[in-house]
Design a protein around this ligand. Structure first.
Ligand code: ZN
Length: 242
């Protein structure tokens, strides 16, 4: 009689362990961690690309500024010559043409420098945004790792607790009953200790003869369903009221 109750309890604990172990190997949070890790790598790559672009732009601006200052010197020289008062009227006229040519070149160069600077600013802003996002994403990743670890530890503790209870129950069962239970568990998918309700086996749904029902109700020996072979039990009246 006690064997059947214990056997039923053993099954409940096995179900509980299975559920906990399913959650233990659940890849949901691991998938999330992988996704965030890929995001971190992508951001790092993006920041690196922006930095390369920034360096290139800064170098380009420096070169153009250098060219511009050379043109300024050239204008200064022409103007010195112009105001020295030396040279013929024609030479002075030529100097003025040269000055305006160089100034036009300079103005073009200044436009170019301005647009390069704007591009640099845009690139820097983009990098800063990515860097901020990287900080947030790294934090998100750390939180996920922590959450995962805590969840795993909690589940392992729970599983150990249930396993301890299971050992206690196993200690109360005879070896023969344990072997029968384990064999049925391997053969049947789902539960192997099932209720007998209104003459029907709750494992396979088949109706059983009154003699067998009586035997289950008496609860003094293990009774198997004639159809599916599962172990049958009769829910006590007081248990049903719970
Ligand atoms: Zn059955």
């Amino acid at each position: 009689m006690i064997q059947l109750e214990e056997l039923y309890r053993l099954q409940q604990l096995d179900v509980e362990i299975n559920k906990l172990e399913d959650r233990l190997v659940s890849k949901q949070i691991l998938k999330e961690i992988e996704r965030v890790k890929r995001k971190v790598e992508k951001l790092k790559q993006g920041i690196n690309d922006q930095e390369i672009k920034e360096k290139k732009l800064k170098k380009e601006i420096k070169n153009e500024e250098f060219a511009n200052s050379r043109l300024s010197k050239q204008v200064d020289n022409y103007q010195d010559e112009l105001y020295s008062g030396e040279g013929s009227a024609k030479e002075l006229e030529q100097l003025q043409v040269k000055i305006s040519e160089v100034k036009a070149e300079q103005s073009e160069l200044e436009d170019k420098i301005l647009s390069l600077m704007m591009e640099l600013e845009e690139t820097q802003n983009l990098r800063i945004n990515k860097q901020n996002e990287l900080v947030d994403t790294k934090e998100e990743l750390a939180n996920l790792h922590q959450e995962y670890e805590e969840e795993q530890n909690e589940l392992e503790l729970e599983i150990n607790e249930v396993k301890e209870k299971k050992e206690e129950v196993i200690g109360c069962l005879t070896e023969e009953v344990i072997i029968k239970y384990n064999r049925l568990k391997e053969e049947k998918s789902g539960l192997v200790v099932v209720e007998l309700k209104d003459k029907y086996c709750m494992g396979c749904g088949v109706g059983l003869p009154s003699r067998l029902v009586e035997q289950v109700r008496n609860n003094d020996q293990l009774t198997h369903c004639r159809n599916c072979g599962r172990i049958l039990y009769w829910m006590q009246e007081e248990q049903q009221e719970d």
